[in-house]
Design a protein around this ligand. Structure first.
Ligand code: BES
Ligand code: MN
Ligand code: ZN
Length: 496
């Protein structure tokens, strides 16, 4: 969808097609809203007085053929009465996007001339985020009717809005990469094709290195590699580097992702019902990929490293068996009790590699790791586990500011004891209780004392319902939070 900013639009009464007007929540009509009301013979005033349209933040009301206006359709959108944060404006844009989607008409003109430029840019990307559609396999169907005509956004300061849109659109484009990757089926997106797509990021200045099976064997990633032994597809690890800090040698922020392109459970095979959803088991790698695209597009002044482990978990004569013992890159041995607890086996080696190779200032890994986190937190919050109160707070603050749910979960010695093995250094599952925590304890065994956080995104990656900023399906949860984490904590403050 093309977004165009203009400070030279026809007046609201002379605008054809679909027009969107923002209405303040205090009931007073000014500027464009007042002009629209007059052209409609006072219909907006009456709607407000009757309470049909309360102009609360994100309320929308559509009028067909609005009075003496040239438009065929008018959408009123409430601003609410509180001051707007950037995320408020983005959410408002998302709700406008939903209302526009229902009209199923091409193009729209959004009068945002009473908002400051930074908020106009957020509103514009909110529309885009909501109208995302994955239609690659719907023959003869375009992404979105609205997109055919493009969206024109009326801003008082066109130059400032366009400038601010570079950053907000970087986030939208990164999020779309994540959603695209999560939506792709496993016959199309397997380790090699995933790696190919990531190589495309070099176009934006990201340094991309792909390590194949042979190289991973030489390095000694025995934990990661044991997951893919049953697959026809070779496992891969992709390292993506964005060097934007003034000090090129500054310790980077490191994002690590689980990229299981399909998870049958392996020999510990999953039941058939819902197994098709395990195409999303590369969600952590998807978020890391989207983050790298976002920081590159907005030219973040930070060093960011993204590492993803791409493997397919299948049953086969060559597959890892329950009871097998593997040696991880760290040298620690793991008894694989359950081949369906594969994500932690992938991440273990990536975490070791990240610390050895990059000595990061902080490391955050993301993974659709456990069904148990969905039992605990549902689809509203991702689970956060960390060895650092400071990093946890930074993540919680970033998530809150971006409107993404996150909730901290505990780690402690008692839980760690649950993954003791009688034959090896540890086993890969800890029994029926506290499944998400024992998974996190397992990961922590591969982390030294640098700040680290693990985010279990099993419940927030694929959504059964639309929300203001995404349609049903792949949400892209986490790109916004990590992008803000980088911006607020790993970049110099830009002079305001
Ligand atoms: N990929 C799954 C976790 C998952 C479940 C993600 C549902 C998204 C939705 C993971 O590999 C897995 O299978 N975990 C097992 C762990 C168990 C064997 C200890 C689980 O959660 O059942
Ligand atoms: Mn599994
Ligand atoms: Zn899995």
């Amino acid at each position: 969808m093309t977004i165009t900013f203009t400070d030279n639009a026809a007046s609201i009464t002379e605008t054809g097609g679909t027009a969107v007007v923002l209405v303040g929540g205090d009931g007073a009509l000014s500027g464009t809203a007042k002009a629209a009301d007059e052209a409609m013979g006072g219909a907006l005033r009456r709607a407000l007085d009757a309470g049909t349209f309360k102009a609360k933040h994100g309320d929308t009301l559509a009028f067909p053929f609005p009075g003496a206006m040239k438009a065929d359709r008018l959408i009123l959108a409430g601003l609410g009465s509180d001051t707007q944060t950037p995320t408020d404006a983005r959410v408002l844009g998302g709700k406008i996007g939903a209302a526009l989607g229902k009209l199923d008409a091409p193009g729209a003109t959004v009068f945002a001339d009473e908002l400051e430029a930074a908020l106009v840019a957020e509103l514009a990307s909110g529309i885009k985020l909501r109208r995302y559609a994955f239609v690659r396999y719907k023959t003869g169907k375009d992404a979105d009717k609205l997109g055919e005509g493009g969206v024109t956004v009326v801003a008082t300061d066109k130059a400032a809005a366009s400038e601010a849109f570079i950053d907000t659109d970087a986030l939208a484009q990164g999020t779309f990469l994540t959603r695209d990757l999560v939506s792709e089926p496993a016959n199309i997106l397997y380790p090699a094709t995933f790696a190919e797509r990531l190589q495309e990021l070099s176009e934006y200045g990201v340094e991309v290195t792909v390590m194949g099976q042979r190289e991973l064997e030489e390095i000694g990633m025995g934990s990661l590699l044991c997951v893919g032994l049953g697959s026809q597809h070779e496992s891969k690890v992709v390292v993506m580097k964005w060097n934007g800090a003034e000090d090129a040698g500054a310790a980077p922020f490191c994002a690590v992702g689980k990229g299981v392109t399909f998870d049958t459970g392996g020999i510990s095979i999953k039941p058939a019902g819902g197994m098709e959803e395990m195409t999303m088991d590369m969600g952590g790698a998807g978020v890391v990929s989207g983050l790298m695209k976002t920081v590159a597009l907005r030219k973040a002044r930070a060093n960011v490293v993204g590492i993803v482990g791409l493997v397919e978990n299948m049953p086969d004569g060559k597959a890892t068996r329950p009871g097998d013992i593997v040696t991880s890159l760290s040298g620690k041995t793991i008894e694989v009790i359950n081949t369906d607890a594969e994500g932690r086996l992938v991440l273990a080696d990536l975490l070791t590699y990240a610390q050895r190779e990059f000595k990061p200032a902080a490391t955050v890994n993301l993974a659709t790791l456990t069904g148990a986190i969905i039992v605990a937190l549902g689809n509203y919050n991702a689970g956060l586990f960390s060895n650092s109160d400071a990093l946890s707070e930074q993540l919680a603050d970033a998530a809150e500011a971006e409107g993404e749910g996150i909730w901290r979960m505990p780690l402690s010695k008692e839980y760690d004891d649950l993954i003791k093995s009688s034959l090896a250094d540890m086993k890969n599952v800890g029994g029926r209780s506290a499944g998400s925590i024992t998974a996190a304890q397992f990961l922590q065994r591969f982390v030294n004392d640098t700040p680290w956080a693990h985010i279990d995104i099993a419940g927030v990656t694929l959504m059964k319902e639309a929300k203001p900023l995404h349609p049903k399906g792949a949400s892209g949860w986490g790109v916004a939070t990590l992008n803000r984490l980088v911006r607020d904590n790993f970049e110099p403050k830009s002079p305001a």
